[in-house]
Design a protein around this ligand. Structure first.
Ligand SMILES: Cc1ncc(COP(=O)(O)O)c(C=O)c1O
Length: 488
């Protein structure tokens, strides 16, 4: 093995040498190549000395090992096609084509895509809602156990923890339930790549006993878009199969810029992580103190829910859920005010809340600006200058509005069969009783309200119409308001 040198350093040294690139990529590291030219310097292909992600034996093996040591899994792989590639590879490794899988209904669409690609029989677990905030609760180990007993052929379980909104599930409890029945647990921890890295943060799914864990570095850590990690634990997962799927599902030209970004992120976390996560905790607490006086807008917090019976086992301090439930304002309206009047761009807007993502890279000013803006808007609501709690119920009813609720729908055929069937576009209003040939989902977060093979019912049609009236982004509906249905 070569002497330990960071990937970034090696690339920089190479860029500074007089080697001339007679190989891809076409920009040839020429600084005249436009705005991205600085990255062109270090954007190479698998030339001598730089290893190959699909058969890592040198500098990339070392870089992956550094990531692995940081997280403490048995083995860690770089993903350059985002968590999407990790989820696909994990599912395809854990089950064989046409097997049965149990997935939480609020999973990301990549889990559904894996099921379609492998023709899987899909059983759903519907997480409960946390009505105070109109979001999904954590997954319940007890309820999953009941489903596993009902469907003894299930080979693997997929849960998303934390959820997009930051709610954690009881991973140790779920892992025990799945393993007791001989299954494999995959945790999509795309939004929790920072977990387990500081005493100020929750424990992650690797320590919780999951077999396969997927992390989007780019979501909550300082790494470039598309960077992600796949971790494996224990001996339930066939590593050879995993290697085969990773090399099938990832680009045959993995970006060295992205891989260097992952390695730099790991280095940064080792050097500055503890200090920055401690500072983040401090900023979060100041933010909570500052927003404690809000009278109408509410900040989603674990402590607000402690007295109630919920499954959530923690709430990520990096996910600031700003609830406008009962204020007469929608999440979209609040998000618009924050954007237009305060120049604050939110991660997501839903019917009754907006979501802000905060990370270790946010300085005090970022937290402060959000708290100040919310206090001012809350004051305007109090003075009747915006929002109107008296009309909120009426408004909601008029819009047919409801929370991001995953309703169980009857299955008309297996997801893969519906996806590959002949299909036609039909008006949403006429979809009741028809079998979906595609997905319908709010974006973000991208978890399907309707999945291929499911039968549209009256309630889901109304729900989708409500979202459209509110102006939320619904994917799977054409500009003409049509959805894909299996041809009769
Ligand atoms: C829960 C969850 N899993 C997986 C993904 C896919 O991640 P990526 O964008 O890194 O491919 C997303 C993306 O938003 C997500 O929210």
């Amino acid at each position: 093995m070569t002497a330990e040198k960071s990937l970034y350093q090696a690339l920089s040294d190479y860029a500074a040498s007089d080697f001339y690139p007679y190989h891809m990529p076409g920009h040839k590291r020429n600084p005249a190549g436009g705005e991205m030219a600085d990255y062109h310097r270090i954007d190479i292909s698998e030339i001598d000395g730089f290893d190959n992600l699909h058969q890592a034996e040198g500098i990339l093996k070392e870089a992956q090992f550094r990531a692995n040591r940081l997280y403490g899994a048995d083995e860690t792989f770089f993903l350059i096609n985002g968590s999407t590639a990790g989820v696909l590879a994990a599912v395809m490794t854990a089950v064989r084509p046409f097997d049965e899988i149990l997935i939480a209904r609020n999973c990301h669409k990549s889990v559904y895509h894996a099921a379609i690609l492998n023709g899987l029989i899909v059983r759903y677990y519907y997480p409960r809602m946390i009505p105070e905030y109109d979001i999904c609760d954590g997954a319940s180990a007890e309820e999953l156990s009941v489903l596993l007993d009902t469907y003894p052929e299930v080979k693997a379980v997929v849960v998303t923890s934390p959820t997009y909104e930051g709610v954690l599930s009881d991973i140790p409890g779920i892992a025990a339930a799945v393993h007791k029945r001989g299954g494999i647990l995959i945790v999509d921890e795309a939004h929790g790549a920072h977990f387990g890295l500081s005493p100020h943060l929750p424990q992650g799914a690797i320590a919780g006993g999951a077999d396969l864990v997927i992390h989007s570095l780019h979501k909550t850590l300082p790494a470039m878009t598309q960077t992600a990690l796949l971790h494996v634990n224990g001996d339930r997962v066939d590593r050879d199969r995993l290697h085969r799927y990773l090399s099938m599902l990832q680009s045959s030209s993995p970006s060295y810029v992205l891989m260097a970004s992952m390695d730099s992120c790991v280095k940064f976390l080792k050097e500055q992580g503890q200090e920055r996560f401690a500072a983040m905790r401090g900023h979060y607490e100041s933010f909570c103190e500052r927003t404690a006086a809000l009278k109408h807008i509410r900040i989603g917090k674990m402590t607000n829910l402690l007295s109630k019976k919920h499954e959530l086992k923690g709430w990520d301090i990096g996910k600031i859920l700003i609830s406008v439930k009962g204020t007469g304002m929608t999440g979209k309206e609040l998000s618009g005010i924050l954007r237009e009047a305060y120049h604050l761009e939110m991660e997501m807007e839903a019917q009754t809340y907006v979501l802000a993502i905060m990370t270790l890279m946010d300085e005090a000013v970022g937290w402060q600006r959000l708290a100040d803006a919310l206090c001012e808007i809350d004051d305007r609501i109090e003075k009747g200058a915006c929002g109107d709690s008296a009309v909120s119920e009426k408004k909601a009813a008029e819009r047919g509005a409801s929370a991001l609720l995953f309703r169980p729908l009857k299955s008309g055929m297996a997801p893969a069969r519906a996806f590959h069937s002949e299909w036609e576009n039909i008006p949403l209003q006429k979809a009741e009783g028809r079998i979906a040939a595609g997905f319908v989902n709010l974006y973000p977060p991208g978890s399907p309200l309707v999945a291929p093979g499911e039968i549209f019912d009256e309630a889901v049609v109304k729900q989708i119409e409500g979202y459209l009236k509110t102006g939320l982004t619904v994917q799977g509906i054409s500009g003409e308001g049509e959805v894909a249905a299996v041809t009769l």
